[in-house]
Design a protein around this ligand. Structure first.
Ligand code: SF4
Length: 334
């Protein structure tokens, strides 16, 4: 894909979640599975048809048109056409030729309004950008920018107006970054993120991240923390694991009800656990064991302790070494 290929809403939406995903879509790479894309399309299409039927009761004639039906010859008669944001495409070449946009006065005649359907019960901040993207695409055809867009969302098909001018600058910045991505043959650096769990490329990307021992495999690490480690020259899990230093144990009064300083999540310890393929337990695990515990002694001298709590369907498997009071193996709960 070069800088002249139009940007679709799917690419724009993917960029908001993950730069790598946008690049994969731009370069036309096929995902190992299409489970999430198919489900999302199924839910969105079902929601859209129900929402249109519902809105037609209060707004007779409400039928969103496709972006391909938007025309510059819009006439003078006063009416509003709703353009389905899911069908819009934005041309980077046209945008370079004509950067200056004016907003169209809705009272002056025919008006196009971008409309986005979201099955989610709460509007997401990214919805505003998607609607604004639709408005900018419409402006490339008719020469003026729609003033407002419409978001239809939630179970009750609620409607929210979005003021386009509030989001133009941010949307334009994102479009510029996407067109740079289109023009650059080098793929962006792969960083696993929160969206990976519902992305069809996850098996591909997780495989690459594991192969490169990438730091983003630590799911609890925030983008800011990741950037801070990168600035220090730490890019891999192994590099981070060398920074782990066990803390000195605090003395806790025997009569203290709670530890006032509970153990905090430590990325370095997690990195060490991934490197050694072990689960580390911070401090001495205290298990409230009632009833009769059963010990299974292994031939190597370690022992398993097993018990079941019927009310919570919880079983705990503790592998400990010979030194009493020090758990060095793994704790599993299922
Ligand atoms: S799996 Fe994660 S990193 Fe890979 S494209 Fe999807 S969101 Fe991006």
């Amino acid at each position: 894909m070069d800088g002249g290929t139009p940007i679709t809403l799917a690419v724009f939406s993917a960029y908001l979640k993950c730069v790598s995903k946008a690049h994969l879509l731009i370069t036309g790479q096929s995902a190992p599975s299409s489970y999430f894309v198919n489900n999302e399309a199924f839910i969105t299409e079902g929601y859209r048809s129900r929402a249109v039927r519902h809105l037609q009761e209060s707004l007779p004639g409400f039928e969103p048109i496709a972006f391909s039906d938007v025309t510059r010859d819009i006439g003078d008669h006063q009416t509003t056409s709703y353009v389905d944001c899911g069908t819009v495409t934005y041309s980077c070449l046209e945008a370079r030729a004509r950067r200056k946009l004016t907003t169209r006065d809705a009272a002056s005649g025919h008006n196009y309004t971008p409309v986005l359907f979201s099955a989610l019960d709460k509007p997401d901040p990214s919805d505003n950008l998607l609607i604004c993207f639709g408005a900018l695409a419409i402006s490339q055809v008719i020469g003026t920018l729609p003033k407002v867009g419409r978001l239809i969302y939630g179970e009750c098909h609620r409607s929210k107006n979005v003021k386009i001018s509030d989001h133009v600058t941010r949307t334009q910045q994102i479009i510029d970054k996407i067109s740079l991505l289109c023009a650059n043959p080098e793929p962006p650096r792969l960083v696993l993120n929160k969206h990976c769990a519902v992305c069809d490329f996850q098996s591909r990307c997780r495989g690459i991240a594991a192969e490169h021992d990438d730091l983003s495999q630590l799911t609890a690490i925030s983008p800011k923390e990741l950037a801070r480690y990168n600035e220090k020259g730490i890019f891999t899990v192994t590099q981070l694991s060398y920074g782990y230093r066990p803390r000195r144990r605090r003395r806790i009064k025997p009569d203290a009800k709670h530890d006032r300083h509970p153990a905090r999540h430590d990325h370095k310890l997690k990195a060490l656990a991934i490197k050694k393929a072990q689960i580390h337990v911070v401090g001495v695990p205290s298990l409230d064991i009632r009833g009769t515990p059963v010990f299974l002694v292994r031939p190597d001298g370690a022992y398993h302790q097993w018990r079941k709590v019927p009310s919570r369907e919880l079983s705990i498997d503790l592998v400990a070494d010979e030194r009493p009071g020090r758990a060095t193996g793994l704790v599993e709960a299922s």
